[in-house]
Design a protein. Structure first.
Lengths: 433, 452
């Protein structure tokens, strides 16, 4: 089976799965259990200055459930570690001794002045931790005090703090980015400018879970008031993947190693992040929902996948999908696809018909010769993929490319070459092909 | 031969309570949410098409998903006012659930029946009224029969503002829901709670213990009311056409089922050690299974055709078998004798000929039983119609109606088991009552010709 051994910034771990800095990595007890279960590394719950912060004692978490009460999305208002710094440092030191083959990264969040960094960075590094992760991401609580996302949203601050950390650290420095920005590239560039060895993303997204339908307050609340929390879990993965891919495919940032975070629950999620440019991944919510045992599926599934693809290691996979990500303007407008419904698999639920009829292009029948039957009308189908998306039967509807002949919708011959918006006659800014 | 072994109290009170408990326990909220999640919310849903009352099933299930349980109940009950009872007694496996698209790949349809019960139970527990009586029109409609068809018609007429008077020959309303369904299908007096809830809308006058033909006459109703809806079901019971059929231990299944439902203490109902049930419909299954559950040692259903031809659904047949009732196909009774109180039934084996007609084979077998139940169908009591009314167009001994449930006679509509082509299901009777009420309403408003 493929070797999952990972080398991220020179930090070697038996697999590329680290626990993200979060409640599961708050103390030695938890991390010890994680390492026993097989996790490759852990980013310790964010350290801060003494006296430690205090947390609320009401709900810290909220969840978005499916009807089966599967957790689809999750949020939290827990702050950084609420234990004395020395307690954490002692435990990190002991854990590094106990688990020399696993990574322990110290997540840190410190005020914006150089003296503080000068004081704490060497003290933390002395524990034997393998590196730093700078928490410029937490969107709740700490950001009100000028830290966390308040730093991550200002590229100049990112650069400044990264420089301070790099100045006093000898081990690698990872900058953890907040997704609460309109464009992830300036923060990523700032981290590079500041000398970061890697970026990790995404941190959590500002969110309010819902309203309490009885009290008509936000939900959950601490006593009678609530505050926005950081959103994570499966639901955020596509947002995270986009941001990872943007960094990986942009020339100025492409070289910085990425630790991918956001909604990883099974090995396929990890493949997504790795193929779109992450070199390793971090997990939190799935562990908080199912416990550390999920590592077995993550490692086993990834190893088998690599085998199937003929890859010998994780590095073969990293970035493989990045060249396929481009700007809209470069998409091939000559490419024509039509939906095709496999009548043998069709269960005749009619969902494809009604969504196409109501919200799209009226391109799927509901009756043929008086019988209930769902067929694509090629004359109307624009190849939008809506029917494929809503069909409850996997593989029943597929998109098939037309390579020759005429598109019955437009009456235009299918062209073999590529042509995109940059040269399209309708584009006033077109360039000559 | 000893005297027949017929006695009460074959089982303890606890055993009886357990055996006559809910056949399908209701879904809990988590179970209902998970089951509701299985619904695909089909377009032009096949389940809705398969429902005789046309309940918008995807819509009521979606409302369960969103915790809008009363909204879900209203979606059900506005099409089928007896949606509560139908959730318990409908043969869903040949209606909505048979049509469920989940069958295609999984052979496991959404459990629509239990979801419908989950949606409607709270309404009947709280008694919340979901429908209002319409502005009064001053029109008055006589309804003969207080079963599902009559109640459905009365309720819809009340919603439309007409007054309804229900004449029932029985003590209680509900018809077969009250007297004709196995006890384990409708526990906790549900049938009467449902009747009370339906009547609560107002504008429905109930007169019990009044029989058409004896106490009231169709011609009078026709004269005194703006419209008449006949829904008196099947008053007569088919006989076997054999001698000794009136012996003490040869009983009509429908009577025994009614006694069982009305019994304060089921343990006090005498039942035989060995029981033979003749027939192949739901009634046969109901009496057989309940006999077994009262403690009969051996219960045999004997039916003159095969499993596929039985009126009882596949589910019902399996229910009989899992209750240790044996079903013997392809035999018909040709003789009945009673000696020392013990019934001896002589059967002849049957088969289908090449044209599909039932043939006797000449092969004889006999069986003894302490009690024989006749469950070979019921008939309309045409004499009750009296005089001219018998001129209503009939076919197969039943009343002929058009799509709007109008008979051939002026001002007279009909529905339920007494009409030709009826499938003897509660849900269809409810639909008959609804359609008749809508037609009567159009007629009374002058929108529809009297002859429908």
């Amino acid at each position: 089976m493929a070797d999952l051994k990972s080398n991220f910034l020179g930090i070697e771990t038996p697999n590329p799965f680290w626990l993200a800095s979060a409640p599961p990595t708050d103390k030695a007890y938890n991390i010890n259990r994680a390492f026993e279960a097989g996790w490759g590394g852990a980013v310790w719950k964010t350290l801060g200055e003494d006296p430690p912060i205090v947390n609320v004692n009401g709900p810290r978490y909220g969840a978005m459930h499916s009807n089966e009460r599967r957790v689809i999305g999750f949020n939290n208002i827990e702050l950084i570690t609420d234990r004395p710094l020395q307690t954490n440092l002692d435990e990190i030191r002991q854990m590094k001794r106990d688990w020399p083959d696993r990574a322990i990264i110290a997540s840190v969040m410190l005020p914006m002045n150089e003296e503080t960094w000068a004081k704490y960075v060497p003290m933390i590094e002395d524990t034997g931790a393998d590196g730093f992760e700078l928490n410029f991401g937490c969107p709740h609580g700490m950001s009100e005090r000028g830290m966390g996302a308040a730093v991550g949203q200002v590229p100049e601050y990112i650069q400044m703090a990264t420089e301070w950390c790099k100045k006093f650290a000898t081990t690698p420095v990872i900058v953890k980015l907040t997704p609460n920005v309109t464009n992830i590239l300036p923060p990523a560039k700032a981290a590079m400018e500041g000398g970061a060895d890697a970026v990790s993303l995404i941190n959590t997204i500002n969110s309010i879970m819902r309203v309490n339908y009885d009290t008509l307050t936000m939900f959950p609340t601490t006593d009678d008031m609530g505050s926005h929390g950081g959103y994570c879990g499966q639901a955020v993965k596509p947002i995270a993947l986009h941001m990872v891919a943007e960094i990986a495919r942009t020339a100025e940032t492409a070289k910085i190693p990425i630790s991918g975070i956001g909604g990883i629950q099974d090995w396929r999620d990890a493949v997504d992040f790795l193929a779109l440019g992450a070199s390793n991944v971090q997990v939190c919510t799935a562990a908080m929902v199912y416990g550390f045992g999920i590592i077995d599926d993550l490692t086993d599934g990834l190893a088998r996948f690599l085998d199937d693809k003929g890859m010998t290691g994780v590095s073969n996979l990293v970035g493989r999908a990045v060249p396929s990500v481009t700007d809209w303007q470069y998409l091939n407008l000559n490419h024509i696809e039509k939906a095709v419904i496999d009548q043998d698999l069709c269960i005749q639920c009619g969902r494809c018909h009604i969504v196409c009829e109501d919200t799209s292009h009226q391109a799927i029948t509901h009756k043929v010769n008086g019988e209930r039957r769902f067929e694509v009308i090629d004359d109307e189908c624009v190849g939008c993929n809506l029917c494929v998306s809503v069909c409850p039967v996997d593989g029943c509807i597929s998109m098939q490319a037309m390579t020759t002949g005429t598109d019955p919708r437009t009456g235009q011959a299918i062209k073999s070459g590529k042509a995109d918006w940059t040269t399209h006659p309708n584009n006033p800014m077109r360039k000559e092909a | 031969m000893s005297a027949p072994d017929i006695k009460m109290g074959r089982l303890s009170a606890d055993e009886i309570a357990e055996k006559f408990g809910d056949l399908h326990p209701p879904l809990s909220r988590p179970e209902a949410l998970i089951e509701a999640d299985r619904c695909y919310f089909c377009f032009d849903a096949p389940c809705t098409t398969a429902c005789p009352t046309g309940i918008d099933i995807p819509s009521f299930i979606q409302k369960i998903r969103s915790d809008n349980v009363q909204g879900s109940a209203e979606t059900i009950l506005k099409e089928n006012i007896m949606g509560g009872m139908c959730a318990r007694v409908c043969p869903t496996e040949v209606l909505c659930e048979e049509a469920c698209v989940r069958n295609t790949h999984e052979e496991k349809p959404v459990n629509i029946g239990l979801l419908q019960r989950y949606a409607t139970d709270p309404t009947f527990q709280s008694g919340a009224q979901l429908f209002e009586r319409g502005p009064e029109t001053g029109k008055k409609v006589a309804i003969v029969g207080g079963g599902p068809a009559g109640l459905s018609c009365a309720h819809r007429l009340a919603m439309l503002g007409h007054d309804a008077v229900i004449y029932s020959r029985d003590d209680k309303l509900g018809g077969l829901n009250e007297y004709g369904i196995a006890a384990y299908k409708t526990v906790d007096e549900f049938a009467q709670r449902e009747v009370d809830w339906i009547l609560n809308i107002g504008g429905i006058d109930v007169r019990t213990n009044i029989a058409l033909g004896d106490d009231i006459h169709l011609a009078d109703l026709q004269r005194d009311y703006d419209a008449v809806f006949l829904a008196f079901g099947l008053g007569g019971v088919n006989s076997l056409g054999l001698e000794n059929e009136d012996a003490d231990n040869v009983l009509n299944a429908v009577d025994f089922i009614a006694d069982l439902r009305q019994a304060e203490d089921k343990g006090k109902l005498p039942i035989g050690r060995r029981v033979i049930v003749i027939g192949g419909g739901m009634t046969a299954i109901d009496v057989a299974v309940q006999s077994k559950r009262l403690g009969s040692e051996q219960v045999d259903i004997v039916y003159r055709r095969g499993a596929d031809q039985m009126g009882a659904s596949q589910f019902e047949q399996e229910l009989a078998q899992t209750n240790d009732v044996s079903i013997r196909h392809w035999s018909t009774p040709i003789g009945l004798s009673v000696a020392n109180g013990l019934a001896q039934v002589k059967f002849e084996r049957t088969r289908l000929d090449a044209t599909g007609k039932l043939q006797m084979t000449g092969e004889i077998w006999t069986a003894e039983a302490d009690i024989v139940f006749k469950a070979v169908g019921q008939t309309i009591d045409l004499e009750s119609l009296g005089g001219d009314a018998q001129s209503i167009e009939q076919r197969g001994g039943k009343l002929v109606v058009n799509e709007a449930r109008k008979t051939s006679l002026d001002k007279i509509w009909a529905g339920g088991d007494c009409i030709f082509g009826h499938d003897d299901l509660t849900v269809s009777a409810v639909q008959d009552g609804k359609l008749a009420a809508l037609s009567i309403d159009r007629h009374l408003r002058g929108e529809e010709a009297n002859n429908g």
